[in-house]
Design a protein around this ligand. Structure first.
Ligand code: PAF
Length: 283
């Protein structure tokens, strides 16, 4: 496994390496790996000739009061996992290498980035689309792998790829969950033991909402009220949003019909959890 720390090094490697036959698969990450990341690497490994993973805690996607400083950085364990999963190249740039002092560009996806997470974390998605564009420009992948857990992020990057003709195939992989339903996240380690016990409440609420739609509920307001009252009864979590949305535009729906995504975010103490469930109802 090759570890590349510089932009120049990655460019040189990519110039020499043209895995055209089965393609180059790319897994962009911020490290602190869990089984969710591992499943992305495995999926890439199964379908691509070459697998590149990037590990970079991107400062542009953290707000001023967020956890950039504390974000876990277990580099040796992360690299060991990449080795185990047969990754070919790990791109591991420093902050200075990736954002030199005169860096001043950004990429914005306007409409999709305004709702939900975008409304709660104002500069987050611009930071994500900017770093992902830089990574795409350097790695030039054929296929890129993301988890469904960050559903809005996936939709925004997909839109960006389409709008900017970035020519990358986007693969969405299922959310990996603990046995009690909690979606794996590098930030779950911040949960106190009490918060950890109540954390699955978000997934259970979304699941309940999806079941009610499958059972014929057509009013999004009723589905949202059901999910809210579940969270309120089962925990002390503060709800940021629980919404029935169009699966592609992420616009809130009045009528629960067609391809939908139920999006949710709650706060348990200082920890913010997000999750989502896809549901379809053609009736
Ligand atoms: O999903 C993540 O881990 C990050 O947002 C990403 C896509 C690696 C960009 O920093």
């Amino acid at each position: 496994m090759k570890i590349i720390r510089t932009v120049r090094g990655l460019r040189l490697w990519r110039k020499r390496h043209s895995s055209e036959r089965l393609g180059l698969g790319f897994v962009p990450t911020m490290g602190a790996f869990h089984i969710g990341h591992q499943s992305l690497m495995q999926r890439a490994r199964r379908s691509c000739e070459t697998v590149v993973v990037s590990i970079f805690v991107n400062p542009l996607q953290f707000g001023p009061t967020e956890d950039l400083g504390e974000y876990p950085r277990p580099r040796q364990t992360d690299l060991a996992l990449c080795r185990k999963e047969g990754v070919d190249v790990v791109f591991l740039p420093s902050r200075k290498e990736f954002y030199p002092p005169d860096f001043q560009s950004s990429v914005t996806v306007s409409r999709l980035g305004q709702h939900w997470e975008g409304a709660h974390r104002r500069t987050h998605f611009q930071g994500v689309t900017t770093v992902v564009t830089k990574l795409f420009n350097l790695v030039r992948p054929h296929r890129v792998y993301f988890g469904q857990k960050d559903y809005q992020q996936f939709c925004i990057i997909k839109q960006m790829v389409r709008d900017l003709h970035q020519g990358v195939d986007m693969v969405m992989c299922p959310t990996i969950r603990e046995s009690d339903g909690l979606a794996l996240s590098s930030r779950n380690g911040y949960l106190s033991s009490l918060a950890r016990r109540t954390a699955p409440v978000l997934y259970h609420a979304l699941h309940l909402g999806a079941s009610s739609i499958r059972d014929g509920e057509k009013s999004s307001a009723s589905v949202e009220a059901l999910m809210q009252s579940y969270v309120q009864k089962a925990s002390k979590a503060k709800i940021d949003y629980l919404a029935v949305c169009h699966a592609e535009t992420l616009e809130p729906l009045q009528r629960a019909q067609g391809r939908m995504v139920l999006l949710g975010a709650v706060r348990l103490g200082k920890v913010r959890l997000i999750d989502n469930v896809l549901v379809k109802n053609q009736k």
